[in-house]
Design a protein around this ligand. Structure first.
Ligand code: MG
Length: 192
């Protein structure tokens, strides 16, 4: 089977990692309870920043956000390794900017994610992911972002949304922990 994955906030806990970095660099101490109530993907509001200030903050922190110790969500690495070992095809489809593509790929490999040549896509806009997903003819696709999942709602691919505070309105099969997906795939394996 062909499995497609978004990276940020689907496989790895990037926003929370960025939230901690903002606290440190802005010398603030905003609690994670605030983080968990955010209704937007963007996190700057919690620090009293305007959209413009937030954009600047994000861009100037990007190096630190992307390439330090952002943790993968529990069981994500293990599940992808197992799928890879079982012969399934693993694709990564991230809207991270073009200039971060190769380094992001290397970061994934260094952190234990199985990355095969030609199965890592980056630098597209959210609404352009659909073109790659169609072309690859994926069986499963996992993402967190409403703007992406909404464009895919009429596609034959089986979608799953990683549960986040800003995607509660989406009517897509939802999971909180990757272990739930591992279980779902195991029980569905008889048909696969
Ligand atoms: Mg994402």
């Amino acid at each position: 089977m062909k499995f497609g994955f978004d990276i940020d906030d689907t496989l790895i806990n990037l926003r929370e990692h960025a939230f901690n970095i903002y606290n440190k660099n802005l010398n603030q101490n905003v609690g994670l309870d605030v983080f968990h109530t955010l209704k937007r993907v963007e996190i700057h509001e919690a620090f009293g920043l305007s959209d413009e200030q937030g954009k600047d903050m994000w861009n100037s922190s990007l190096e630190e956000i992307y390439y330090t110790s952002c943790p993968a969500f529990p069981d994500a690495v293990q599940l992808l390794q197992e799928l890879d070992e079982q012969g399934h095809e693993i694709y990564y489809i991230t809207a991270r900017p073009k200039e971060h593509g190769e380094r992001t790929k290397n970061w994934l490999i260094e952190n234990g994610f199985p990355v095969q040549e030609g199965r890592f896509f980056y630098g597209m806009k959210d609404e352009e992911k659909i073109n790659i997903i169609r072309e690859l003819d994926l069986d499963f696709y996992f993402d967190d972002k409403p703007a992406v999942l909404e464009t895919l709602s009429n596609e034959p691919v089986q979608l799953f949304v990683k549960d986040q505070s800003y995607n509660q309105h989406l009517g897509v099969p939802r999971f909180i922990n990757w272990s739930e997906i591992a279980e779902t795939l195991k029980s569905g394996n008889k048909k696969m």
